[in-house]
Design a binder for this molecule. Sequence first.
Ligand code: A2P
Length: 347
Amino acid sequence: MQTYNVAIVGATGAVGAKILDKLLERSFPYRSIRLLASSRSSGTVIQAGGRLFTIEEAKPESFKDIDIAFFSAGGSISEKLAPEAVKRGAVVIDNTSAFRMDADVPLVVPEVNADALENHKGLIANPNCSTIQMAAALHPVNKAYGLDRILVSTYQAVSGAGSDAILELKSQSGQFDSRARNSASQLPSAGAKRHYPIAFNAIPQIDVFDEKGYTKEEWKMINETKKIFGDNSISVSATCVRLPVVTGHSESVYIEIQEEGVTAEELRRTIAGGQGITVQDDPEKQHYPMPLFAENEDNVFVGRIRKDPDHPRGFHLWIVADNLLKGAALNSVQIAEKLIGRPPRLS
Ligand code: A2P
């Protein structure tokens, strides 16, 4: 069997660590795994799958002989080092937003558009976490009935903002008083001009605003959804909110489908037939998806499926997934699995 030399850039981060776990857990056919991070972590030894790995500093030369390189160390590192990896023959699976909307970069949720991998030129983008779980859940709906419109509000976990944001939520959670306000430094984002406490709060800003009043995270959901479905005619709008949840993004999604006369029960069955989807939808038994129970799970969970009271083609859904797994690490590893059997290197 063909085996691969793999590198993970950002291996000490929240997503990078999960990429390593998933490669080991899913028996990805690797020949070697090189873990890369900043110079601060160089020489650190970590344990995973009963093995010890030493972290190295990520440099252009780190990608010599690498076949597949996962990037999850922030957009600026991807911009600098991903082209270096591609130049050395590696296929890059990038978790940042650096290249997602580039016309020649496939943006892939394997259950939805694995065929987009056909003509990749070395760079493959993993979509935004909130977008992946929504696209995976809505794909069977789009296939069966056609989607006209998607309106989504997200309830996003702090782990999507990185390890420091998790630490900040944990430290603020035990001490909600004026000091928490003073100690906020990570959210809405580390680089923002003003910071707000996340414990006991909801912050309706993820990333920076543009002149239209939308945040970058909201534009990611709008533009990436259209690119993944390959259909610019679907109307999409989003409001993205950060909540004091460690892991697991939740989404309240309103859709309008093209087909008339579809019942909630039919829609439920259609969604349940989707790959990697678990429907949890029994109001009687208070059975619905929640982030606490989606943590460490591979699937996307869908519940609260119901017809809009007024719009004949409108439905409401509640979609939850582990943002570090299906929203990031797992989706990236699933992309790599789709490359198995193809020529490992570019040249
Ligand atoms: P390090 O731990 O050495 O700082 P998170 O998103 O969870 O905060 O993780 C960010 C990841 O990106 C970490 O693995 C971090 O490594 C890595 N990283 C940050 N700066 C660089 C850099 N200049 N070069 C390579 N990796 C970096």
